[in-house]
Design a protein around this ligand. Structure first.
Ligand code: ATP
Ligand code: MG
Length: 160
C-alpha cells in the first residue's frame, strides 16, 4: 500500500495514515493498492472524541478495502467546513450489496460497518454507503465539528 497525503497538516489525518499503514498485513507480491489523501478547508480544533471516531471509521474503511475490495486505488478525503467535517473513503474495487440492516451483518460476525455507523451516530453524524457490485464503493460520514452539537451525549451518556 502506498500512501500519499496532501497537505500533511491535519493531526487527525496524519494519525490516520501513519498509524494505519504499519497495521496492514504485508502486501502480496504484485499487490499495489495506492491510497491518496486529501484535506481541504481549515481544520478546526476537533473534539478528541470526534477525531478518534473519524480515525476509527477511516481505519475500518481502509481495512475493508484491503480485505474485500480488490481495488487498485483508494482515496481518503477530509473536508472541513465552518461547522461540519466530512470524511470520505472511496475505492475502485468490486463493490458489494450494501446491507439493509447493520445488525444482520453483525449476526454473521461482520462488525466493521456496524461499528462505523455507531461511531458516526455518536458524533452526531451519519454513515453513508454508496456501492454496487462492480462499481466500487464510497463510504462517507459527515458530522458537526462542534463539541456539543449532538444531543447524543444525553442519549448515550459518557463514552469510553
Ligand atoms: N470497500 C469494500 N469493497 C467490497 N466489499 C466490501 C467493502 N467494504 C465492505 N465490504 C463487504 O461488506 C461486508 C461487511 O463489512 P464489515 O466491515 O461489516 O465486516 P468484515 O470486514 O467482513 O468483518 P470485520 O470488519 O468484522 O472484520 C464485508 O464482508 C464485505 O463483503
Ligand atoms: Mg470490516
Amino acid at each position: 500500500m502506498a500512501v500519499a497525503c496532501q497537505p500533511p497538516g491535519s493531526a487527525a489525518f496524519t494519525r490516520l495514515i501513519t498509524e494505519f499503514e504499519p497495521s496492514l498485513p504485508p502486501p502480496h507480491a504484485g499487490d499495489t493498492l495506492k491510497v491518496d489523501c486529501r484535506v481541504s478547508g481549515t481544520p478546526p480544533r476537533l473534539p478528541a472524541e470526534h477525531e478518534l471516531a473519524l480515525f476509527r471509521i477511516g481505519q475500518s474503511a481502509l481495512h475493508n478495502i484491503e480485505h474485500h475490495a480488490r481495488a487498485s486505488s483508494a482515496t481518503v478525503e477530509l473536508t472541513f467546513g465552518p461547522d461540519r467535517v466530512r470524511l470520505t473513503v472511496r475505492d475502485d474495487g468490486v463493490g458489494f450489496q450494501p446491507p439493509d440492516d447493520y445488525e444482520d451483518l453483525a449476526r454473521t460476525g461482520k462488525l466493521g460497518l456496524l461499528g462505523m455507523n455507531e461511531r458516526a451516530l455518536l458524533i452526531g453524524g451519519a454513515l453513508s454507503i454508496v456501492t454496487a457490485r462492480g462499481s466500487g464503493t464510497v463510504i462517507s460520514v459527515e458530522a458537526p465539528a462542534e463539541a456539543d452539537a449532538p444531543d447524543d451525549r444525553a442519549r448515550h451518556g459518557s463514552r469510553t
